[in-house]
Design a protein around this ligand. Structure first.
Ligand code: ARG
Length: 565
């Protein structure tokens, strides 16, 4: 924030003996009550260093600061508070937003650097779970944030399409399956077969042996096994793609676990050559005591590979292919140990870039306090859940705005936006109560509220007598407190984007949008925006700037912003 920089610079002149610019910057706060100032510097830390009272220090320093950017500097108890000179600041911010439009906040930090974002990654022949939904939504937002900062991104859907479970599934299908039924309802039917397998194998453990054999065949390239596997995969993909299309999400690569089948031998060889592989209980493992981690299982006694083997091959392949700066894996927290093991093994292999692999975990969806699952007795498809939300959104919209033209289209944007926002407004590690009612209200901390605020602002602009908002001047104007709060909020958008990406936390953007929407709605309630007087062009420019930032902010979360709703 520019204003903050000026403040830091001023303070630093007097404090350089005691504090770095960075220290000062970290201490600066925004006063809870805007009437007390735009920024505040607390003097407690200094008081300890100087052995003086903080209020005394505040007074002494306040006395010395003068800067064109500040209209007022005051000591408030132990704080030094500054008020910005509103006009030059406002003019600069609003003009910049209007000129740059949706590219306001774009950055070059990521220039020539590639970020891998691996997300969603559902398992073939199993329902798309609520966990996969979270991964999808969080990963998509992180990808967009990275792009906004200038990074090239590679968005990868690491499909769970390999592993012993496919041997089991093939066994189950050959024993009990029915082609017609699978074609009709692929995921439901395949999942039933899989569940039946587990159930039956408790009584007939020899089934497990059969399943292992079929997976071995699959790994050895047996035609029949491959045919069935491919069929299961294609049917599942059709279902998953319906969900991605509803959510408006695209991937650059669908290379899942099976993609690495022919790339694992090299890894195993490298591990051997580097003396890292040891035999334990007939299996080949890498011991990781130094990391306080359980051994990483690389090869089973029958020669079959494991999830971890595939992830080692995956990471190395990605580094060689994309030369990534960072690789983000958006996967539930129950896999934390697995990713620690992968990083540790890569590190043992001498791959320093292992530290640029980031596992980004998240919490659960709850329903009435209990873990929510997409399968309860029968399979509930996520697609149906989303369709239901869209349906409810349409009912809400019809009630509010019966005349709206493209209702179905808008309902889709609002329904999907509601689901995504409901997820992203919380810090990702928190568990989330999945409540259709809460996510869809137009008032409150929801996606529809932000979308509605955007639509309201757009409607003001449609009604306005002037459309060229770029040429406002502030010479004879007072910037009222409502406008001022908006301006300050707009100004921190670029900073919020950086923070959200640095912390891998899209909720920073979601919360930001809620605050901006609230400030805008206060302004809307208190100020006659369309009144014909000398402030009109400026007010319209401000409204226009708000539409730009709300739209772009929602876009970063993967949410559309209808102009009418
Ligand atoms: N398919 C896995 C699951 O649903 C997630 C894959 C995570 N990514 C990875 N590279 N291991 O649990």
């Amino acid at each position: 924030m520019e204003l903050k920089n000026h403040f830091v610079h001023e303070l630093h002149q007097y404090l350089q003996e005691y504090m770095t610019k960075k220290d000062i910057e970290q201490l600066i706060e925004i006063p809870k009550k805007p009437e007390l100032g735009d920024l505040a510097f607390p003097c407690f830390t200094l008081a300890k260093i100087l052995k003086k009272s903080p209020a005394k220090i505040a007074e002494e320093i306040t006395f010395q600061i003068s800067n064109n950017y500040f209209s007022k500097v005051v000591a408030v108890g132990p704080y030094i508070n500054v008020f910005a000179e509103r006009k030059p600041f406002t003019s600069k911010v609003i003009h910049e937003i209007l000129n740059k439009n949706l590219s306001y906040g774009n950055d070059k930090i990521g220039h020539n650097k590639t970020i891998i974002v691996e997300f969603s990654s559902p398992n073939i022949a199993k329902p798309f779970s609520m966990g996969h939904l979270r991964s999808t939504v969080i990963g998509n937002a992180l990808g967009k944030l990275a792009q906004k900062l200038g990074y090239k991104t590679v968005k990868i859907n690491h499909l769970g399409d390999w592993g012993t479970q496919f041997g089991k599934l093939i066994t189950a299908y050959l024993l009990w399956g029915n082609e017609e039924k699978v074609k009709e309802n692929p995921i439901e039917e395949l999942f039933k077969l899989y569940t039946k397998f587990h159930h039956e194998s408790e009584t007939f453990p020899s089934l497990n042996e059969e399943g292992r054999k079929w997976f071995k065949k699959l790994e050895d390239g047996d035609i029949k096994a491959l045919e069935l596997w491919e069929w299961f995969k294609n049917e599942s993909l059709k279902e998953f793609k319906k969900i991605y299309s509803l959510l408006g999400i695209q991937f650059d690569s669908w290379a899942g676990e099976s993609f690495y089948t022919d790339k694992m031998e090299d890894v195993i060889q490298e591990l051997k050559d580097k003396g890292l592989l040891q035999t334990s209980d007939h299996a080949e493992v890498v011991f990781l005591e130094d990391y306080n981690l359980p051994p990483c299982l690389v090869k089973k006694s029958d020669g079959a590979t494991l999830y971890a083997t595939r992830d080692l091959a995956t990471a190395i392949y990605r580094k060689n292919t994309y030369n990534f700066t960072k690789a983000l894996y958006i996967v539930g927290h129950e896999q934390s140990v697995h990713f620690q093991q992968i990083k540790a093994v890569l590190n043992e292999m001498g791959h320093e870039w292992a530290q640029e692999i980031h596992h980004i975990p998240f919490g659960l969806y709850l329903q009435e306090g209990k873990k929510m699952s997409t399968r309860k007795g029968r399979v509930i498809l996520l697609e149906d859940v989303i369709e239901e939300v869209i349906q409810l959104a349409e009912e809400n919209i019809s009630e509010k705005n019966p005349e709206l033209q493209n209702k179905t289209e808008v309902a889709k944007m609002v329904g999907v936006g509601a689901v995504i926002f409901h997820d992203l407004k919380n810090f990702r590690m928190n568990n989330i109560e999945f409540s259709l009612k809460d996510m869809l209200t137009f008032e409150g901390d929801t996606g529809p509220y932000v979308q509605y605020t955007h639509a309201r602002a757009c409607s003001i602009l449609r009604k306005a007598p002037i459309h060229d908002t770029n040429k406002f001047t502030l010479e004879n104007l007072n910037i009222d407190d409502y406008s001022w709060e908006i301006v300050k909020q707009l100004h921190v958008f670029p900073e919020k984007i950086k923070q959200a990406f640095d912390r891998f936390d899209p909720s920073i953007i979601a919360k930001y949008l809620l605050t901006l929407a609230q400030h805008f709605n206060k302004f809307y309630g208190q100020v006659k925006i369309l009144e014909k007087n000398e402030g009109l062009v400026f007010r319209l420019a401000l409204v226009k700037a708000v539409t730009i930032i709300l739209k772009e902010g929602l876009n970063l979360l993967g949410i559309q912003a209808p102009e009418e709703m």
